[in-house]
Design a protein around this ligand. Structure first.
Ligand code: C5P
Length: 305
């Protein structure tokens, strides 16, 4: 019997290291991108329909495009084309990941829709084939499928899974409105040109200290090693983020950073209890729109129904 609908749960990510090289001829930047999947999830449900349709629910649903610029729609179209199917599917996104927030929410929906359509249509695609389609959809999409902790080289799409020796506790400060990822990369290039900063090697590498901290599950050591080359650019475009970062540090977070290209801010805490305490202080500071607590690493896109 064919399934009537398939639901996939897919996590957000935080980048614990985001080392950015200079721009490539194709406009992308080579990265050493250490992704960590955290327990904020979107759910994507694929149901057979007369035509491709995307709907969205959740607090930020009005900011989500419902046309073929949505990565969920593009994932369904890419899979259908590859396996000779009709992309006649209704994709419903139940959205909890901040929109345009630097937590790969759109990419998560791409990975989730791909896995949901794959299960619905029974294509028999291998994991590697699915990861290949993800890489064509966007630099962060393969990680949505993989989850856990991984190093992404190239655009961030060439993934190597990494070991994590424990669970890390996070607090996220959600900001009003999003930041455009290309605009943040462009601002990073501009700031470096203005300051005469060398963008470093053509292909950055992962920090050995950071990988060790992840392997042994040492939050204190991880806090000392986290680094995001896009942070200065995100703060330059959204100066109020500096206040949010200071409020999180003052609240006792082990590390305070911008998540990916922002404007979400990420705070590492010693324990689940500490994360709740930092979250309460951050809420009281009035420096962000909303505050969320999450932990990770968690698994990537998973069929849940
Ligand atoms: O791959 P994705 O479509 O998510 O990238 C969105 C934009 O972010 C790109 O068009 C590019 O401007 C920027 N980007 C980049 N280098 C990367 C990833 C993204 O410059 N490694």
């Amino acid at each position: 019997m064919t399934a009537q609908s398939v639901t996939v749960r897919v996590p957000a990510k935080v980048n614990v290291q985001l080392a950015v090289a200079g721009p490539r001829p194709d406009g992308f930047h080579n990265l050493a991108n250490v992704f960590l999947a955290v327990s904020l999830y979107d759910r994507v449900t694929a149901t057979p329909a007369d035509e491709l349709r995307v709907t969205c629910s959740g607090p930020d649903a009005d900011q989500v495009p419902l046309d073929t610029s949505n990565l969920a729609a593009r994932a369904a179209l890419a899979l259908a084309e590859r396996y000779g199917r009709d992309a006649r599917v209704h994709l419903h996104i139940d959205k909890d990941i901040p929109v345009a927030g630097g937590m790969a929410g759109g990419s998560a929906d791409g990975a989730g829709a791909l896995l949901a359509c794959d299960a619905l249509w029974g294509t028999g695609a291998s994991r590697d084939e699915l990861l290949g389609i993800c890489a064509e959809l966007g630099s962060d999409v393969p990680f949505g499928l993989l989850g856990g902790v991984a190093l992404g080289l190239g655009r961030g799409e060439r993934l190597t899974p990494l070991e994590a020796g424990g669970t890390f506790h996070w607090v996220f400060g959600l900001a009003d409105g999003g930041l455009s990822t290309p605009a943040v990369y462009a601002e990073c290039d501009r700031l470096r040109a203005e300051a005469g900063t060398d963008p470093g090697p053509e292909q950055p590498s992962a920090s050995a200290v950071l990988l060790d901290a992840l392997r042994v599950g040492d939050a204190g050591a991880l806090a000392g090693a986290v680094a995001n080359d896009l942070q200065e650019a995100a703060v330059s475009l959204r100066p109020s983020l500096a206040e949010t970062l200071s409020a999180g540090s003052a609240a006792g977070a082990l590390a305070a950073m911008v998540s990916g290209s922002g404007p979400t801010t990420a705070f590492l805490a010693k324990s689940a209890e500490e994360a709740e305490r930092v979250a309460a202080a951050l809420r009281a500071s009035g420096t962000c729109r909303a505050v969320r607590v999450a932990c990770g690493p968690v698994p990537g896109a998973t069929v849940v129904g």
